[in-house]
Design a protein around this ligand. Sequence first.
Ligand SMILES: [Zn+2]
Length: 159
Amino acid sequence: MSEGRRARPQPTPETQHFWDGTRAGELRLQRCNACRKVYFPPRPFCPACAARDVSVFAASGKGRLYSYVIHHRPVPGFTPPYAIAVVELEEGPRMMTNITDCPQTPEAFELDMPVEVAFEKLDDEITLPLFRPARETTTRLAASLTAREEQVLRTRYGR
Ligand SMILES: [Zn+2]
């Protein structure tokens, strides 16, 4: 394994559909056709009822920040501080991931905030499903920042 790169996932026959999906810009989950449970990570049988009649479908890519930890020690491929997050998908399953496009600080990581998938191409075979604050959140943050800046301006210039 080369240094300075993050651990590269190894597709297996069971996870191939997932990696084919991320490469195509889809977050693919599995659903049990017997009990309708939606699950992740990929496996050829339902974790709830063990049925082997399962199908693959494209998830919405939307979810909420369920939990996170911020790491301050360097590991290959990451510049500290960086957060390891657990996202609860709209469809139900939880996924361990990274939150991108935002500062890696507790202030930026509001529990339960809406997030959306952001695909990051690692190489020709692997595209990682990361998540970023959903646009509504970003817009709200930007709006509140603007309001604060206006206030600063008003204070500074007596407007
Ligand atoms: Zn089932």
